[in-house]
Design a protein around this ligand. Structure first.
Ligand code: APR
Length: 245
């Protein structure tokens, strides 16, 4: 850990890519694994455009449940350390697959929301009157599904569903962000593309790449360094070492 803390201390361009594991200690369920959301719910019934078209109310009930659950959660030590880094490094980017908003709540600047946000809505019909997305922090919706305030049609959660493309602006920002000295990938199973390919691209461009995850992933052998451990523990330890030296 000491050589890594040293490397991080000397780096000027740091990029961190996070997944659901970073929010696990906050009580936000991950997607895969024994207790993961996808062990209890079916992707194709809840997280695709086809599912929404078929049953918008069912999809919204699931999202409304997740919004209620996450509204009760607080950022954990992993979010806090990353927020501190975002203020300290001259060039720091955080690309997250998480839609929970906990990085922002911890005070992280420069967050790229690769898969959108649970707290943003957009018009399903993409009506000309509405902005691309709008923020809606409602925890208890008076009625489901919520409506577009501009055309009265259906509103959708502004997240990236399976089969949907990443917003081109977000992709561009992410590809710029992976030009860095050190790229850390924290708490993701690395199975969902294109997010899972970002660290490979960072490495190809010369970054030192590190994975932090208590379990090995498909991507583990492709990293320069893999640290088996929980995000909230490993990042806390790294931060202590960096501050001490
Ligand atoms: N610290 C670090 N990692 C952890 C922790 C922890 N405390 N707890 C669990 N993990 C790891 C697991 O070992 C697993 O590899 O977090 C990873 C979570 O993986 P997934 O549940 O697959 O989450 P993620 O990789 O973010 O999923 C990618 O899939 O369903 C979609 O859109 C959704 O953005 C999501 C995408």
């Amino acid at each position: 850990m000491l050589p890594l803390a040293d490397r991080l201390r000397k780096a000027s361009r740091v990029t961190v890519i996070t997944g659901a594991g970073v929010s696990a200690a906050s009580g936000v369920p991950t997607f895969r694994g024994v207790d993961g959301l996808w062990s209890n719910f079916r992707v194709e019934e809840l997280a695709t455009a086809e599912a929404f078209e078929r049953d918008p109310r069912l999809v919204w009930e699931w999202y409304a449940w997740r919004r209620r659950l996450i509204a009760e959660c607080e950022p954990n030590r992993a979010h806090e350390v990353l927020a501190a880094w975002s203020r300290r490094y001259p060039k720091f980017s955080l690309i997250t697959q998480n839609v929970d908003g906990l990085h922002e709540r911890a005070g992280t600047t420069n967050v790229v929301r690769f898969h959108g946000s649970l707290w943003d809505l957009s018009c399903w019909q993409r009506c000309a009157a509405s902005p691309v997305r709008w923020r809606d922090d409602t925890v208890l919706f008076p009625a489901l599904p919520p409506r577009c305030p501009h055309c009265g049609g259906l509103a959708r959660p502004d997240v990236v569903w399976f089969g949907e493309a990443i917003d081109p602006g977000v992709l561009e920002e992410s590809l710029a962000a992976i030009d860095c000295d050190v790229c850390l990938v924290v708490g993701t199973s690395a199975v969902v593309y294109p997010a899972a390919g970002l660290a490979d691209e960072a490495r190809r461009r010369g970054a030192f790449t590190i994975e932090i995850n208590p379990e090995p992933t498909e991507a583990t052998p492709r990293f320069d360094l893999a640290i088996p451990g929980k995000a909230e523990v490993v990042l806390d330890e790294l931060e202590s070492l960096m501050m001490r030296r």
